[in-house]
Write a protein that binds this ligand. Structure first.
Ligand SMILES: [Zn+2]
Length: 349
């Protein structure tokens, strides 16, 4: 069968390969791939900057944002042939740390987890994949190809889950206003989940054209391109999705009192910027503010993501998928083009 494979650590080594059928050891459920979402992590792996092949194998099957149709499944599992499913990305470490031992592998303490398509386990970028029943998430069939947004939405669902757990530290916490910085797939999905919670939602992004402003407005949210607008906004919740050092400097300490700032974008080290630590610390302490980071998602977050997408307007979600590329032209999906939000490789085309 065809699969997109890469030699981890070697730039531009990816190719559309002919590989054996997925082994039974990958899981009892056989899935026919329908679509594969592409993100910055995939581009990093293609550049040779990230990723590890399974032990004893040179090449890694790429892809962690999956969507497929179940071909065969054991009779006693929650999915049946014909169901749409998404595969969870991370697997707990073999000798589970306290977090992995309770199914919270997104909070793994020792970094020995593995990840499909990223770290030591083949990914979902093949015509067929196998998966363990505990790691397959059933998707509302009405979503169709939009189900491919489940993995990015799971990262957002985790961010919201943790925001609400932090908020619950104080009785009477009632957030009203949300600011999301960055209108990529993660930022837009974070805004969607904020609107679903009834919050007055604001989104900051540097793009003045392209599809992002209209997508934000279609949610009933306010689109900003000038960070200076934000000083007076005083959001109760701030979700930072740009990973841009200057944006992070500008937003830290600018929530309403008891504000929660969630950092969800990854930055490379080496950006030294001026920040008034005295003012920042004083604000954090006197206002009971919180800043926290979040990554990845566990089973519960994938379920929350699938529910959030099932409740969302399908036309709006469809606007997030700005290009669908047939698998034969997979390379085009990994090129960044103006106006791209989520690009999807279509295995069914
Ligand atoms: Zn662990």
């Amino acid at each position: 069968m065809r699969a997109i494979t890469v030699l981890p650590g070697i730039a531009n080594s990816a190719r559309l390969d002919d590989v054996p059928e997925p082994p039974l050891s990958d899981g009892a459920i056989l899935v026919r791939t329908r679509a594969l979402g592409v993100c910055a992590t995939d581009r990093e792996i293609l550049m040779g900057a990230y990723g590890t092949a399974p032990s004893g194998q040179g090449r890694l099957v790429l892809g962690h944002e999956s969507l497929g149709t179940v071909e065969t499944a054991p009779a006693d599992c929650e999915v049946a042939p014909g169901d749409l499913v998404v595969g969870i990305v991370r697997r707990p470490d073999p000798q589970p740390c306290p977090a992995c031992a309770v199914g919270e592998w997104d909070m793994c303490r020792n970094g020995r987890y593995v990840e499909r398509g990223i770290k030591e386990r083949n990914g979902y970028g093949a015509e067929r994949f196998r998966i363990e029943p505990d790691f397959a998430v059933k998707i509302d069939p009405a979503l169709g190809i939009l189900g491919v947004l489940t993995e990015p939405a799971s990262v957002v669902a985790k961010a919201w889950d943790h925001i609400e757990r932090i908020g619950a530290r104080a009785r009477g916490w009632g957030p009203r206003r949300l600011l999301v910085t960055g209108a990529g797939p993660i930022g837009l999905l974070a805004a969607l989940l904020g609107v679903q919670r009834g919050l007055e939602t604001h989104v900051l992004d540097h793009n003045e054209s392209g599809p992002k402003p209209a997508l934000v407005r279609a949610l009933g949210a306010t689109y900003h391109t000038d960070a200076a607008d934000l000083k007076a906004l005083q959001p109760n919740i701030l979700i930072e999705c740009t990973g841009a050092p200057a944006v992070i400097r500008d937003i830290l300490g600018h929530t309403a009192p008891a504000g929660i700032t969630c950092l969800a974008g990854v930055t490379s080290p080496g950006h030294v910027l001026d920040l008034d630590i005295g003012l920042f610390n004083r604000t954090m302490v006197l206002d009971n503010d919180t800043v926290f980071g979040t990554v990845n998602a566990n089973h519960r977050h994938f379920e929350l993501a699938a529910e959030a997408l099932a409740r969302a307007d399908k036309t709006w979600l469809a606007g997030l998928i700005t290009r669908r590329v047939p698998v034969e032209r997979w390379q085009e999906a990994l090129q960044h083009r103006p106006g791209d939000i989520k690009v999807v490789i279509d295995f069914a085309a």
